[in-house]
Design a protein around this ligand. Structure first.
Ligand code: FES
Ligand code: FES
Length: 156
Protein backbone atom coordinates (compact mmCIF):
# COMPACT_ATOMS: atom_id res chain seq x y z
CA UNK A 1 0.00 0.00 0.00
CA UNK A 2 1.37 3.43 -0.85
CA UNK A 3 0.12 6.98 -0.45
CA UNK A 4 -1.15 8.30 -3.74
CA UNK A 5 -1.99 11.94 -4.36
CA UNK A 6 -4.82 12.60 -6.78
CA UNK A 7 -6.47 15.77 -8.04
CA UNK A 8 -10.19 15.05 -7.84
CA UNK A 9 -12.72 17.75 -8.65
CA UNK A 10 -10.03 20.42 -8.23
CA UNK A 11 -9.05 19.18 -4.79
CA UNK A 12 -5.92 17.34 -3.77
CA UNK A 13 -6.85 14.00 -2.24
CA UNK A 14 -4.44 11.55 -0.62
CA UNK A 15 -5.33 7.87 -0.59
CA UNK A 16 -3.60 4.74 0.61
CA UNK A 17 -4.18 2.32 -2.22
CA UNK A 18 -2.26 -0.20 -4.27
CA UNK A 19 -1.29 1.41 -7.57
CA UNK A 20 -3.09 -1.28 -9.55
CA UNK A 21 -6.44 -0.66 -7.83
CA UNK A 22 -9.00 0.68 -10.27
CA UNK A 23 -9.77 4.37 -10.23
CA UNK A 24 -13.45 3.43 -9.88
CA UNK A 25 -12.76 1.51 -6.69
CA UNK A 26 -10.68 4.35 -5.25
CA UNK A 27 -13.33 6.95 -6.06
CA UNK A 28 -16.22 4.95 -4.64
CA UNK A 29 -14.66 3.02 -1.78
CA UNK A 30 -11.86 5.25 -0.55
CA UNK A 31 -13.10 8.75 -1.41
CA UNK A 32 -16.83 8.11 -1.00
CA UNK A 33 -17.61 9.57 -4.41
CA UNK A 34 -20.40 7.14 -5.20
CA UNK A 35 -21.96 9.12 -8.05
CA UNK A 36 -19.72 7.14 -10.39
CA UNK A 37 -21.30 3.73 -10.81
CA UNK A 38 -20.06 0.16 -11.12
CA UNK A 39 -21.97 -1.46 -13.95
CA UNK A 40 -20.23 -4.20 -15.92
CA UNK A 41 -16.68 -3.74 -14.65
CA UNK A 42 -15.48 -4.67 -18.13
CA UNK A 43 -15.50 -1.42 -20.07
CA UNK A 44 -18.77 -2.19 -21.82
CA UNK A 45 -21.48 -0.05 -20.20
CA UNK A 46 -20.06 3.41 -19.47
CA UNK A 47 -21.64 3.69 -16.01
CA UNK A 48 -18.18 4.34 -14.55
CA UNK A 49 -17.28 7.19 -16.93
CA UNK A 50 -15.25 10.03 -15.43
CA UNK A 51 -13.08 12.68 -17.07
CA UNK A 52 -9.31 12.50 -17.01
CA UNK A 53 -7.90 15.84 -18.13
CA UNK A 54 -11.29 16.43 -19.74
CA UNK A 55 -11.38 13.15 -21.67
CA UNK A 56 -14.01 10.55 -20.80
CA UNK A 57 -12.51 7.27 -19.61
CA UNK A 58 -13.75 4.01 -18.14
CA UNK A 59 -12.69 4.21 -14.52
CA UNK A 60 -13.36 0.46 -14.10
CA UNK A 61 -10.50 -0.27 -16.50
CA UNK A 62 -8.14 2.49 -15.37
CA UNK A 63 -5.63 1.90 -12.59
CA UNK A 64 -5.40 4.65 -10.02
CA UNK A 65 -1.70 5.01 -10.82
CA UNK A 66 -2.65 6.08 -14.37
CA UNK A 67 -4.59 9.02 -12.93
CA UNK A 68 -1.77 10.52 -10.89
CA UNK A 69 -0.94 14.12 -11.90
CA UNK A 70 -4.11 14.31 -14.02
CA UNK A 71 -7.33 16.19 -13.40
CA UNK A 72 -10.05 13.74 -12.41
CA UNK A 73 -13.61 15.02 -12.72
CA UNK A 74 -16.56 13.06 -11.39
CA UNK A 75 -20.23 13.93 -11.50
CA UNK A 76 -19.88 15.42 -8.00
CA UNK A 77 -17.43 17.96 -9.41
CA UNK A 78 -19.75 19.47 -11.99
CA UNK A 79 -21.83 21.60 -9.66
CA UNK A 80 -20.40 25.05 -8.95
CA UNK A 81 -21.35 27.15 -5.89
CA UNK A 82 -24.55 25.19 -5.40
CA UNK A 83 -25.54 25.46 -9.06
CA UNK A 84 -25.85 22.36 -11.21
CA UNK A 85 -23.96 22.15 -14.48
CA UNK A 86 -26.16 22.95 -17.52
CA UNK A 87 -25.85 19.32 -18.62
CA UNK A 88 -27.22 18.16 -15.26
CA UNK A 89 -30.01 20.74 -15.53
CA UNK A 90 -30.86 19.52 -19.02
CA UNK A 91 -31.04 15.87 -17.94
CA UNK A 92 -33.45 16.91 -15.19
CA UNK A 93 -35.55 19.08 -17.51
CA UNK A 94 -35.86 16.30 -20.11
CA UNK A 95 -36.29 13.60 -17.45
CA UNK A 96 -33.56 11.68 -19.24
CA UNK A 97 -33.46 8.77 -16.80
CA UNK A 98 -35.59 6.15 -15.13
CA UNK A 99 -33.55 4.19 -12.58
CA UNK A 100 -30.69 6.66 -12.99
CA UNK A 101 -27.93 4.07 -12.86
CA UNK A 102 -26.41 5.10 -16.18
CA UNK A 103 -27.00 8.81 -15.68
CA UNK A 104 -23.74 10.03 -14.19
CA UNK A 105 -21.79 8.26 -16.91
CA UNK A 106 -24.10 9.69 -19.56
CA UNK A 107 -23.67 13.17 -18.13
CA UNK A 108 -19.88 12.90 -18.08
CA UNK A 109 -19.80 11.78 -21.72
CA UNK A 110 -22.12 14.66 -22.66
CA UNK A 111 -19.97 17.19 -20.78
CA UNK A 112 -16.91 15.95 -22.68
CA UNK A 113 -18.71 16.13 -26.03
CA UNK A 114 -19.98 19.68 -25.48
CA UNK A 115 -16.55 20.86 -24.36
CA UNK A 116 -15.18 20.09 -27.83
CA UNK A 117 -18.35 20.47 -29.94
CA UNK A 118 -20.79 23.14 -28.73
CA UNK A 119 -23.38 22.38 -31.40
CA UNK A 120 -23.44 18.64 -32.12
CA UNK A 121 -25.96 17.16 -34.51
CA UNK A 122 -27.87 13.98 -33.68
CA UNK A 123 -25.34 11.71 -35.35
CA UNK A 124 -22.49 13.30 -33.42
CA UNK A 125 -24.42 12.99 -30.15
CA UNK A 126 -25.18 9.32 -30.80
CA UNK A 127 -21.55 8.64 -31.67
CA UNK A 128 -20.28 10.38 -28.53
CA UNK A 129 -22.79 8.61 -26.28
CA UNK A 130 -22.43 5.27 -28.01
CA UNK A 131 -20.44 3.70 -25.18
CA UNK A 132 -23.01 4.56 -22.54
CA UNK A 133 -25.63 1.85 -22.16
CA UNK A 134 -29.04 2.54 -20.65
CA UNK A 135 -30.97 -0.55 -19.65
CA UNK A 136 -34.08 1.58 -19.21
CA UNK A 137 -33.97 2.73 -22.83
CA UNK A 138 -33.98 6.47 -22.23
CA UNK A 139 -31.90 7.21 -25.33
CA UNK A 140 -34.34 9.63 -27.04
CA UNK A 141 -34.53 11.72 -23.88
CA UNK A 142 -30.77 11.62 -23.46
CA UNK A 143 -30.35 13.00 -26.97
CA UNK A 144 -32.90 15.71 -26.19
CA UNK A 145 -31.05 16.54 -22.98
CA UNK A 146 -27.71 16.88 -24.76
CA UNK A 147 -29.34 19.17 -27.32
CA UNK A 148 -30.93 21.26 -24.57
CA UNK A 149 -27.62 21.52 -22.73
CA UNK A 150 -25.84 22.56 -25.92
CA UNK A 151 -28.35 25.36 -26.44
CA UNK A 152 -28.02 26.52 -22.84
CA UNK A 153 -24.25 26.48 -22.97
CA UNK A 154 -24.15 28.48 -26.20
CA UNK A 155 -26.22 31.19 -24.49
CA UNK A 156 -23.81 31.44 -21.54
S1 FES B 1 -18.53 -0.35 -15.16
FE1 FES B 1 -16.98 0.51 -16.40
S2 FES B 1 -17.72 0.31 -18.41
FE2 FES B 1 -19.19 -0.75 -17.19
S1 FES C 1 -31.97 5.18 -16.58
FE1 FES C 1 -31.82 3.10 -15.91
S2 FES C 1 -30.03 2.37 -16.89
FE2 FES C 1 -30.36 4.32 -17.76
Amino acid sequence: MSAIVLIVNDQERRVDAPPEETLLSVLRNRLDLTGTKYGCGEGQCGACTVLLNGTPIRSCLTSVSAAIHKRITTVEGLERSGKLDPVQEAFLAEEAFQCGYCTSGMIMSAVALLSINPNPNETQIKRAMNGNICRCGTYPRVIAAVRRAATALRKE
